[in-house]
Write a protein that binds this ligand. Structure first.
Ligand code: NAP
Length: 266
């Protein structure tokens, strides 16, 4: 199993490419010769990344500024993508909120579901039939170890990532035997802008340095996982432990533990 052969007319579409894991995925796919379409809201970031990757790797890089939480904007993105020969689709954009659900801003919670769930599903539904029709392709969905178990004080995020994890692994099974693959990237803590966006001031101090991986490590593991048609990629030893613990610990243990950890996080 390998990634589709890069050509000048095909594109790897990466959402959330303006920072963190998405930016590192863009770099790794460009290095392997894939031309790109980069998607996120911060167009300035996307444009400077595009210039850098074109110079370094002589690939075509297009950018599309889109708020994935906005339904009309997503419809425009899907229209644009319908004219492009997408060979790789990385559904990576996302963010988290922490705190008691009743205290959190309802609009931000709804936005989290739109970006982490609805946008992922819509883009996948738009591109998947075309990947199958073209007879080759690779999909990466960024879920999280947070999607392995219910997480008090992180309820919406954990639920959205449970959706991402289950969607990706179900599709992986469906596509078995075809020339299209679907891989789940389920990271634990990755050093990106994620904690800052979630206003998690204490996260750095709560987690020991060995618990973290870099965005580059996470992205490299993800791309290697796609190259070998893996079902689930969990980058780094501490995330692997978390991955097993989250899936197999009784809820009576994980629920109060996570309630305390996430309740203390901000
Ligand atoms: N870092 C971690 O510890 C960790 C752990 C597990 C899973 N993850 C997952 O990894 C993925 C990437 O996150 P990251 O760690 O790389 O964090 P990050 O550095 O904050 O990157 C998040 C990316 O998502 C984009 N994004 C957020 N809201 C968006 C919106 N409404 N419309 C379009 N794009 C949007 C951001 O771009 P703009 O702001 O420019 O729009 C940015 O490019 C996420 O799905 C996250 O849930 C992260």
């Amino acid at each position: 199993m390998a990634l589709p052969t890069p050509t000048t007319s095909t594109r790897a579409v990466i959402t959330g490419a303006s920072s963190g894991i998405g930016e590192a995925l863009a770099e790794r796919l460009a290095r392997r010769g894939h031309s790109l379409l980069l998607v996120a809201r911060r167009e300035d970031r996307l444009l400077s990344l595009a210039v850098r990757l074109r110079d370094l790797y002589a690939v075509d890089v297009d950018v599309l500024a889109c708020d994935l939480g906005d339904r009309p904007a997503r419809t425009e993105l899907i229209d644009t993508i319908s004219d492009i020969d997408v060979s790789i689709l990385c559904l990576n954009a996302g963010f988290a909120t922490y705190g008691s659900l009743h205290d959190l801003d309802p609009d931000r919670e709804r936005e989290e579901v739109e970006v982490n769930v609805v946008a992922v599903h819509e883009l996948l539904l738009a591109v998947l039939p075309r990947l199958r029709a073209r007879g080759s392709g690779a999909i990466l969905i960024t879920g999280s170890t947070a999607g392995n178990q219910p997480s008090p004080n992180n309820a919406t995020y954990a639920a959205t990532k449970a959706f991402a994890n289950t969607l990706a692994e179900s599709l992986h099974g469906e596509l078995r035997g075809s020339e299209v693959t679907c891989t789940l990237l389920a990271p634990g803590p990755v050093r990106t802008e994620f904690a800052e966006v979630a206003d998690l001031g204490r996260l750095e101090r709560l987690l020991p340095s060995f618990a973290w991986v870099s965005a580059e490590q996470a992205a490299e593991s993800a791309v290697r996982g796609m190259e070998s048609g893996r079902r689930r990629v969990v980058p780094g030893p501490s995330a692997k432990l978390q991955n097993i613990g989250g899936q197999h610990s009784p809820r009576s243990i994980s629920n109060p533990l996570l309630r305390r950890i996430y309740g203390d996080m901000r």
